[in-house]
Design a protein around this ligand. Structure first.
Ligand SMILES: [Zn+2]
Ligand SMILES: [Zn+2]
Length: 243
C-alpha cells in the first residue's frame, strides 16, 4: 500500500484546521485559517524546511473566516491557484454577502447578541477564485481531488476526496470537534437540515472507497476506523429523521 505524503495540521486561532500537504514538487493548502493564522502556517512550512512560495494550490472547503481568512495573503505571496465550490465563490470574492451567524443553538444565539462579533466573523478578506468547482468534478491537484458538494453549512460547502490516497477533507460539512464525527455548529450554518442531508451524501459518495484518513475542518485527524465512523454518523443522521 502506498504511503500517504505528509499531511500537516495546523490548528488556527479560530479553531479551524489548516492542512499542509507536503508533496515533493509543491505544497497544497486545504483551508487557510483566520487572517491571524497566516504567520502560524508560514512558520510551520518553514519548520518543514520548505518555503511558503512553494504553495501551488489552495483548496477552500467554504467561505468562512476560519477557513478562507488567510487565502488572499497566501495567494499574494505564492500566486497559488485557489479552488472553491462555485456556490461559495461570490462570497469569497466579495460580490455577495450572507451572514455567517444565525440566532440558533447556544453559540449562534450568544454571538448574535454581540453584533460587533457577528460582523467581525463575517468579514473575510476577499480572494479571487481561479477554479470554481462543481459537484463531482475532479480537480487537477495531486493526481485528482474529487469535489463532493455538501451544502447546508454554507451554500458551497464541499468535501474533497483525494482518490489516489484515500484521504477525505470534509471542511465543516463533517466536524470532529468532540472526538466523534458530527454536524457543524447550528448557529454558523445557513440551513441545518440540509447540512444533515449533506453528511449522508458525503458518506454515500465514499462508501465504496477505502477512506484511510479523514481530515475535518475542526478537531483531530481520524486515522483509525474512518470508514466505520462515517457509516456511524450517517446512521445517526438518518435515525434523527434529519436526512
Ligand atoms: Zn469552521
Ligand atoms: Zn464554517
Amino acid at each position: 500500500m502506498k504511503s500517504i505524503p505528509p499531511i500537516h495540521k495546523v490548528k488556527g486561532y479560530g479553531t479551524g484546521n489548516i492542512y499542509i500537504i507536503e508533496a515533493d514538487e509543491e505544497l497544497v493548502l486545504v483551508d487557510t485559517g483566520v487572517p491571524q493564522d497566516y504567520m502560524l502556517v508560514v512558520d510551520r512550512i518553514k519548520s518543514l524546511g520548505r518555503s511558503p512560495v512553494e504553495v501551488g494550490h489552495i483548496i477552500l472547503t467554504h467561505f468562512h473566516l476560519d477557513h478562507a481568512g488567510s487565502a488572499a495573503a497566501f495567494k499574494r505571496l505564492s500566486h497559488a491557484r485557489v479552488y472553491a465550490h462555485e456556490a461559495d465563490v461570490p462570497y469569497l470574492q466579495g460580490d455577495k454577502h450572507i451572514s455567517s451567524v444565525y440566532a440558533r443553538g447556544a453559540i449562534g444565539t450568544l454571538v448574535s447578541l454581540v453584533p460587533v462579533a457577528a460582523a467581525r466573523i463575517a468579514r473575510v478578506p476577499t480572494v479571487e477564485v481561479d477554479v470554481a468547482c462543481s459537484d463531482g468534478e475532479v480537480i487537477d491537484v495531486l493526481g485528482g481531488m474529487r469535489v463532493i458538494h455538501a451544502p447546508g453549512h454554507t451554500p458551497g460547502s464541499s468535501a474533497f476526496f483525494w482518490e489516489e490516497q484515500g484521504v477525505l477533507f470534509t471542511g465543516d460539512s463533517i466536524i470532529n470537534t468532540y472526538h466523534f464525527l458530527s454536524l457543524p455548529t447550528n448557529g454558523f450554518s445557513v440551513d441545518f437540515d440540509q447540512a444533515a442531508r449533506s453528511i449522508c451524501k458525503v458518506v454515500d459518495e465514499v462508501e465504496d472507497e477505502d477512506v484511510r484518513l479523514l481530515c475535518a475542518g475542526h478537531g483531530p485527524f481520524v486515522e483509525d476506523y474512518a470508514d466505520e465512523k462515517l457509516l456511524k454518523v450517517r446512521g445517526k443522521m438518518m435515525r434523527k429523521g434529519q436526512a
